[in-house]
Design a protein around this ligand. Structure first.
Ligand code: MCA
Ligand code: AMP
Length: 506
């Protein structure tokens, strides 16, 4: 039996690519695929020297860098489980992830070591390392002194490769257990259906702590032995200047609306691009139209989820229809069902369910939650409301889960409401998402005062920023005498969304 370790599949391609450029960081020196292999092997040896064993979790909260990539690949290589965290998360948020994942190693930026070390110690983590060239606990230093060869650990297809937390609608975040087969099947399918080809150059401006930038973008480019233009973050002007050197770009809708807001963005700037991909949040049909008008290119929109990787994609060759997310990936099945699980007919609106090699194996140490999210015949309940045409084309029409997606980052209102309700002076709260010209949806809170107090909006925002990642913090807070409720006592969020629907309009 072969080795199902994703790294073993990637390594074959890397060795084949040889001296070809893997990464071209801007700014920075290019790195070849041979060089990448050597760095990954050094990191793998460093992890093993630290006692990391098969199946151990490695929690990582570091800024985007090539060393971050080496660590991701080395984690796969040694058969451990990669747990990336958004760099915007506060120490209070990270505390929960560490307590739940129980990693054997935490890797963070030096600036976070002081706040994370006591948290890690409290949860019995053996070691905290920093992603720094030198200094106490430097992982880079440890790796630099390791040999550049390493034998990839044997893994079965259902062994875990990643543990990615996704906020729950109720209670705490859940760790989605992602297997080697989930990742390799999805990457191979995308590589094929998006027609990756020799000479492709990927412009990479996404963060790499989520599925989009980490798995979708990197794994497909790796399979293709592509050169990757590596940007620290998305900056519209920088992307604009580098677009002529790339053939493929992937982004969230905010990337594309920001490019459209740049006067110099036109067909000439995109002359060498053969594929723009959008996902992680719905792209407005008008953005698709404006983009095509300006560049002559149609963005290919696809749809996915942390728990499922990519589920559907508009066709590469066929019609890329604005407002739809295309067809199920090869080997993936989708259907529409009612709340009670009754499978509905083409054209009916209901919850989208999906099944296939891309679907995660469950929530970390939450068998009941896992059971709730799957049908008995193995379909995963996505929580997205959709419609499927007779030919299989899927349109996402809404969400049954109470979720806001801001600039491609998910915000669960419940989590923000819990923090608000705990604040002195706040009676109760309702958190909603309303149209935002830059982030797609903007987070807004409505609160009632407690005991005649009248907390200031700025104070609430600043207090929340101490506890929650910046992208979750409401951009506006409004005070009401009471929250609108229906006869059952349920807060009428639709009414609040209608009332505040225009506040971010330019
Ligand atoms: C930054 N801020 C945000 C966001 N990002 N607020 C709301 N939503 C956001 N997404 C805050 C900053 O902290 C700052 O606050 C203020 O907004 C303005 O920051 P700005 O400089 O404009 O932001 P930026 O640094 O340019 O970031 C915007 C961004 C970034 C480039 C759109 O959010 C981004 O890279 N998003 C990509 C998310 C992503 O990769 N998602 C994939 C999930 P202040 O001024 O107060 O300090 S994977 C997934 O969903 C599935 C699997 C899928 O289908 O792909
Ligand atoms: P995440 O939990 O970060 O993986 O976010 C997954 C969610 O993002 C999905 O359940 C959808 O609600 C949303 N999503 C991703 N891609 C699209 C898309 N192209 N159109 C609409 N929603 C999307």
């Amino acid at each position: 039996m072969g080795n199902a370790n994703l790294y073993s599949l990637l390594e074959e391609r890397f060795l084949d690519a040889g001296e070809a450029i893997a990464f071209r960081p801007v700014p920075g020196e290019p790195l070849s695929y041979v060089g990448l292999c050597a760095q990954v092997a050094r990191y793998a040896n460093a992890l093993e020297a630290e006692g990391v064993a098969l199946g151990d979790r490695i929690t990582v909260q570091i800024e985007k860098s090539l060393d971050n990539v080496f660590l991701y690949l080395a984690t796969l290589k040694v058969g451990a489980v990669y747990q990336p965290l958004n760099t915007a998360y506060t120490a209070a948020e990270v505390d929960y992830f560490i307590s739940d994942a129980k990693p054997s190693l935490v890797v963070c930026d030096p600036s976070r070591a002081e706040s994370l070390s006591p948290i890690a110690a409290q949860h019995g983590v053996k070691a905290v390392h920093t992603m720094a060239p030198s200094g106490e606990g430097s992982l880079q230093d440890l790796a630099a002194n390791q040999p550049s060869d390493h034998t990839t650990a044997m893994r079965a297809s259902d062994d875990l490769a990643g543990l990615l937390y996704t906020s729950g609608t109720t209670g705490r975040s859940k760790g989605a257990m992602i297997t080697h087969d989930n990742l390799s099947s999805n990457a191979l399918a995308l590589h094929r259906i998006w027609h990756f080809q020799a000479g492709d150059v990927l412009l990479h401006a996404l963060p790499i702590f989520h599925v989009h930038g980490l798995y979708v973008a990197l794994n497909t480019a790796f399979l293709n032995k592509s050169e990757i233009i590596w940007l620290q973050k998305f900056d519209a002007n920088q992307v604009l200047s580098l677009l002529p050197e790339a053939t493929v770009m992937m982004g969230v809708p905010t990337f594309y609306t920001r490019l459209l807001a740049t006067a110099a963005f036109n067909a000439e700037a995109c002359r060498n691009i053969r594929l723009f991909v959008s996902g992680s949040a719905p792209m407005l049909a008008e953005t698709h139209v404006e983009f095509e008008g300006r560049t002559g290119q149609r963005i290919l929109e696809r749809y996915g989820m942390t728990e499922a990787g990519m589920i559907t994609s508009n066709p590469y060759d066929g019609e890329r229809r604005a407002g739809t997310v295309g067809y199920a990936l090869p080997d993936v099945s989708v259907r529409i069902a009612a709340e009670d699980g009754t499978v509905l007919e083409p054209g009916d609106i209901g919850v989208l369910e999906a099944k296939g090699p891309n679907i995660f194996s469950g929530y970390w140490q939450m068998p009941e939650k896992t059971a709730e999210e799957f049908r008995p015949d193995g379909y995963f309940i996505t929580g997205d409301m959709a419609q499927i045409e007779p030919d299989g084309r899927v349109t996402i029409v809404g969400r049954s889960k109470d979720l806001i997606i801001s600039g491609g980052f998910n915000v669960y209102p419940k989590e923000v409401e819990t923090e608000l309700d705990d604040m002195p002076g706040v009676g109760e709260s309702a958190v909603i998402g309303v149209p935002h010209p830059d982030f797609g949806e903007g987070v807004v809170a409505v609160i009632t005062a407690q005991d005649g107090q009248s907390p200031e909006e700025a104070d609430i925002i600043s207090a929340l920023s101490e506890r929650l990642a910046k992208f979750k913090v409401p951009k506006r807070v409004f005070q009401h005498a009471e929250l609108p409720r229906n006869a059952m006592g349920k807060v009428q969020k639709a009414e609040l969304r209608a009332k505040y629907g225009e506040i971010f309009k330019a």
